[in-house]
Design a protein around this ligand. Structure first.
Ligand code: PAF
Length: 293
């Protein structure tokens, strides 16, 4: 596995792959890798001849009071995992390589960055979109794979690629869960034992919401209210939001119909966790879990 640290090294590596007519698939990450990333790599492997993973904890997507300095950075373990997953090259730049000047040009998703996580994390999606565009411009992959767990991020990136004509095929990989339903996340490592025991109730409560919709409930606020009640009843006291939004544009629907994203964010102890389910609610009344895109 090749280890690339500079933009010039990545460009040289990718140029050689292109000359050899090999399709490049890319998985951007912030490291602290887990099986969720592993399934993104597997999806990338199925789509490309060569798989590149970036590991970069992007300062621009952390707010001033967020966990940038304590964000886990187990680089050697991450490199070993990438090796075991059959990754061909890892790009591990430092912040000075990615942000060579005081950044003045940003990618801003005006509407999509406002709801859901955008309320508590102003500037977050600007940081995400900007670094993802930078990484896509550096690697210039044929395909890039992201996880559905970060649903709002996925929608922002999809629109960025679409609206800014970025020549890449986006692929979404399903959320990977622990046996008890907790969505895999690098931040799960922060959870104390009792918090880890309560954390799966975020997903279990979302499943309760899905069951309500399957039984015919079409009032978004009733579904959200029940999910919140379930979470609070099981020790998830600091619920930041539970919302049902249109999965295409994150607008608030009057009724639960079509493709609906049910998203939640909550603090378990001091750790902020997010999760979601995406439902396809059809006119004939059938309801199925589905992918955002
Ligand atoms: O999802 C993540 O790990 C990050 O937000 C990403 C897409 C790598 C950008 O820093």
């Amino acid at each position: 596995m090749d280890r690339l640290e500079t933009i010039a090294e990545v460009r040289q590596y990718v140029r050689a792959e292109r000359i050899a007519r090999r399709a490049v698939a890319f998985v951007p990450t912030m490291g602290a890798l887990h099986e969720g990333h592993g399934s993104c790599v597997a999806a990338a492997r199925a789509l490309g001849d060569v798989v590149i993973v970036s590991i970069f904890v992007n300062p621009a997507q952390f707010g001033p009071r967020e966990d940038l300095s304590k964000y886990p950075r187990p680089l050697e373990k991450d490199l070993a995992l990438c090796g075991a997953w059959g990754v061909d090259a890892v790009f591990v730049p430092d912040a000075a390589e990615i942000y060579r000047v005081d950044q003045d040009v940003w990618v801003e998703a005006d509407r999509l960055s406002k709801p859901l996580c955008g309320r508590a994390r102003p500037g977050h999606f600007r940081g995400v979109a900007t670094v993802v565009l930078k990484l896509l411009n550096i690697v210039q992959p044929d395909t890039a794979v992201f996880g559905q767990k970060d649903a709002q991020q996925a929608v922002v990136i999809r629109e960025m690629v679409e609206q800014l004509d970025v020549p890449v095929q986006l692929v979404l990989s399903p959320t990977v869960r622990e046996n008890d339903g907790l969505a895999m996340s690098s931040r799960n490592a922060y959870l104390a034992l009792d918090e880890r025991a309560r954390a799966p109730w975020i997903y279990r409560s979302l499943v309760r919401g899905k069951e309500l919709v399957s039984k015919g409930e079409r009032d978004p606020s009733r579904v959200a209210g029940e999910i919140r009640r379930q979470m609070e009843a099981h020790g998830i006291a600091a619920v930041e939001y539970v919302e049902l939004v249109d999965a295409r544009d994150l607008s608030t629907p009057r009724r639960v119909e079509g493709k609906v994203l049910i998203a939640a964010a909550a603090r378990v102890g001091t750790t902020r966790l997010i999760d979601n389910v995406v439902l396809d609610v059809r006119e004939d009344g059938t309801v199925e879990e589905t992918m955002l895109f």
